[in-house]
Write a protein that binds this ligand. Structure first.
Ligand SMILES: N[C@@H](CCC(=O)N[C@@H](CS)C(=O)NCC(=O)O)C(=O)O
Length: 285
């Protein structure tokens, strides 16, 4: 049997606390292994993932960060390092190898640059043990992540309904209308959809896909956190309709690595520069 790293059963992720351990596990593995990652591992070399995302906000980078943190992966948050912002801008301007990302977040893994949060998670999911082992499960996970992407974009558009290039204050009247529709129509539609996807697995835990923690669970955690920050009143009223999402959120918060991450300086607080912004007037009565 030939198994690529990405094909490791999701349930084994607990024994992959980081990439070095992942390599060791592969050395011990009795089956053959293919893939460029393995070539690196066989040479005893480990690569550090480079995450590129704006400093100062959790933003869309947070969906990727949570996966890297939960896996205990070696990664560097490049824009938060000395000179990192300039490196990120240069990659968007001049390209990175044979690919130029349009916008952050993007991930560099060796020579490969992967852009878009959902695409990065699709790439990382199997490698980090945070996606189902089977293709059908992975495609379902990606579909859910793309719906999360859609909802995130709509949450952003509540404060920027007309133009990204304009200040919030310049589009406040439209923002009030957009936010009201978001709270009343879109939140129930999206969250109702996600609620229906959740199941109690054999381990007694709630999961979006399969029977173990995936990047979708982590992203749903962050989505709810963001909505709670931006729309505290509306979410207080809405949350009883989504009991499984609420339980999943609490479950993810208690995962030992996520718990440690949330308490660390690596975790950035929500603020009014990001996607999820708290403007009391957009939160309704
Ligand atoms: N579809 C992309 C969206 C990326 C995106 O919009 N990034 C924002 C920051 S969160 C950005 O810098 N956009 C620059 C622009 O749109 O000009 C994803 O989900 O990652």
């Amino acid at each position: 049997m030939i198994v690529a790293i990405g094909d490791w059963p999701n349930g084994q992720s607990a024994i992959y606390p980081g990439r070095r351990q992942q390599c060791l596990r592969l050395f011990c593995c009795p089956v053959g292994v293919v893939g460029s990652r393995v070539a690196l591992c066989e040479k005893g070399v480990t690569m550090t993932y480079e995450l590129y995302y704006w400093d100062g906000i959790p933003g869309r980078g947070e969906f990727v960060r949570l996966a890297l943190e939960q896996a205990g992966a070696d990664y560097v948050d490049v824009a938060r390092t000395d000179g990192g912002m300039a490196r990120m801008m240069a990659m968007m301007k001049n390209g990175a190898g044979n690919f130029t990302p349009f916008a952050p977040p993007f991930l560099k893994d060796g020579d490969l640059v992967v852009s878009h949060a959902a695409n990065i998670l699709l790439y990382l999911g199997g490698r980090l043990g945070l996606a189902p082992a089977d293709e059908a499960g992975r495609i379902r996970a990606n579909g859910l992540q793309l719906s999360i992407t859609d909802m995130v974009a709509e949450a952003h558009d509540t404060h920027h309904p007309i133009a990204v290039s304009l200040y919030y204050e310049d589009q406040k009247a439209e923002a009030l209308r957009r936010a009201e529709d978001f709270r009343k129509e879109r939140v129930p539609k999206f969250l109702g959809y996600f609620e229906k996807q959740l199941r109690k697995a054999a381990d007694g835990q709630i999961h979006a896909v399969g029977d173990a923690v995936t990047y979708v669970d982590l992203s749903l955690f962050h989505l709810l956190e963001g909505l709670r920050y931006a729309f505290p009143n509306a979410m207080r009223t809405a949350e009883p309709d989504y009991p499984l999402l609420v339980v999943l959120n609490a479950q993810v918060r208690e995962l030992p690595r996520i718990k440690a991450y949330l308490a660390s300086p690596r975790r950035l607080a929500f603020n009014e520069e990001g996607i999820f912004r708290y403007y009391p007037e957009l939160d309704g009565d």
